[in-house]
Design a protein around this ligand. Structure first.
Ligand code: AMO
Length: 438
């Protein structure tokens, strides 16, 4: 018998129910908890889908079997063969009376993390032992929901005639602003880790693909240590020809709503595990202009001047006022990147928009400048050297269609749909100011 035959289960824990009473089953999982009451030993076995109770009464079992049960340790991987017996108090209403125990893989003690503790360990302890942390079903649920979210997003794009693209993450120049770049050594040249696929997704607008999306990592050398920022984040980027700012916002809103509906339909167990209720807005996402934001913020005793970005205090006030999902539009051109198209009727105001969820920025986007001369002059206006954008600019000299797009933080959206308060909860191996391992 190979090791794989040995641990081949007949059922996952959620598949064992009172209807199977009297049947023999084989379950494989990690030892979650052991309670030795002397005459009877209870062992909880945890697998991907739940927990099964193993019950070993000394009156009914051989001394040898009792010794085997008592020898197993927490987080050791075991395969148990046994008979199903109804037990209303046990998980799924059943317990397994063992006839054979195979220890498949032993766990070292002490454990780096207690998987049964009711109060979570410190974030750092958890991230240091992330594999063990993920054995907890609530932690696991976050990543199942994130996976479903990405699956739904991909489906949405494919269903709507987008082409998936993959652009380089080793790049030669900045896109969003020079201070946020990680420099790297690229043979004899200096290069950077990409902070956004912006230039590439826009270049794709000159290819005839018309609508593209990318789900990929972005790198930001931001110093701040917050609950919303990481130095490596996952971004869902979309770029669309012949789409105005408003069309682009509609696509973003439609995607979010599709994701919320899908998560609600497909992940009820995970949401319950997290004790999280999804906030699914019924109507259109409200829109506030930057000017209106200024009023709201200033009327709530937080100082904000025209031309300033939202401070943390301003975001909080705005989040309390607006609630749920909303867009901010009509940002001043002065605080938006060079590629953002100014409004036709007022060149000081941009076509840029942000999508917020309460006080959290989820996405930024805009209509883009497709006119070469205007793009060139905007680069100069932002003190950027057009020479370093030569290849990007070239795509604008051969019939570039008008276009728009947005980038959305996938980890931040995961925070919203799982109720996580710290972005680190939503990333398997987060990279922040202090953490580069595991
Ligand atoms: P922006 O810089 O606003 O826009 O980024 C888009 C979205 O990405 C997420 N994000 C982050 N998430 C976690 N940690 C970070 N350090 C971090 N930085 C950004 C946010 C943010 O809203 N090129 C434009 C997008 C576009 O116009 O298409 C851009 O990168 O959720």
């Amino acid at each position: 018998m190979t090791i794989f035959d040995k641990c081949k289960r007949t059922h996952y824990s959620n598949e064992i129910s009172p209807e199977l009473e009297g049947e023999t089953v084989k379950i494989t999982g990690w030892v979650h908890e052991i309670r030795d009451l002397g005459g009877i030993v209870f062992v909880l076995i945890r697998d991907k889908n739940g927990i099964t109770q193993l019950t070993a009464p000394s009156k009914k079992l051989s001394e040898e079997m009792m010794a085997d049960v008592r020898a197993i340790r927490k987080e050791t991987l075991v395969t148990i063969t046994g008979t199903i017996q109804n037990s209303p108090k046990a998980p799924n209403g059943v317990e397994v009376i063992p006839s054979n125990i195979d220890v498949i893989s032993v766990s070292k003690l002490p454990l780096p993390l207690d998987t049964t503790e009711k109060v979570d360990a410190e974030m750092d302890t958890r991230l240091d032992a992330r594999f063990m942390d993920l054995r907890k079903h609530d932690v696991n649920a976050i990543f199942k929901i994130k996976s479903q979210m990405l699956h739904t997003a991909r489906n949405y794009f494919y269903d709507n005639d987008f082409t998936e693209i993959n652009t380089p993450k080793l790049v030669a120049s900045a896109t969003e602003g020079g201070t946020e770049l990680f420099p790297i050594t690229y043979f004899e040249k200096e290069a950077f880790l990409g902070q956004s696929p912006q230039l590439y997704k826009q270049t794709m607008m000159a290819t005839g693909l018309d609508k593209v999306f990318e789900i990929g990592q972005i790198f930001r050398a931001e110093e701040h240590d917050t609950l919303r920022h990481l130095n490596e984040a996952l971004s869902i980027d979309a770029e669309m020809c012949y789409h105005s700012q408003e069309d682009s916002m509609d696509v973003l809103e439609d995607l979010i709503k599709t994701i919320l509906e899908d998560i609600s339909a497909k992940c009820p167990q995970q949401l319950e595990e997290l004790d999280h209720t999804l906030d699914i807005p019924s109507g259109k996402f409200p829109i506030v202009t930057y000017e209106e934001v200024l009023d709201i913020v200033n009327n709530n005793d937080v100082e904000m001047n025209y031309g300033e970005d939202l401070s943390r205090a301003a975001e909080k006030v705005l989040g309390e006022t607006m609630g749920s999902y909303y867009f901010i539009t009509d940002w001043p051109m002065s605080i938006k990147p060079f590629y953002v198209m100014p409004k036709e009727d007022d060149p000081e105001i941009s076509t840029a928009f942000d999508l917020m969820y309460r006080d959290l920025e989820l996405s930024s986007g805009s209509q883009r400048i497709h006119d070469y001369d205007l793009l060139y002059s905007q680069l100069e206006k932002k003190d950027l050297n057009p020479d370093s954008f030569e290849k990007y600019l070239e795509a604008f000299q051969y019939g570039m269609p008008p276009h728009s797009g947005w980038g959305m933080g996938a980890d931040r959206l995961t925070m919203v749909i799982t109720g996580a308060q710290n972005i680190r909860e939503t990333v398997l191996f987060p990279r922040d100011r202090r953490r580069l391992t595991p």
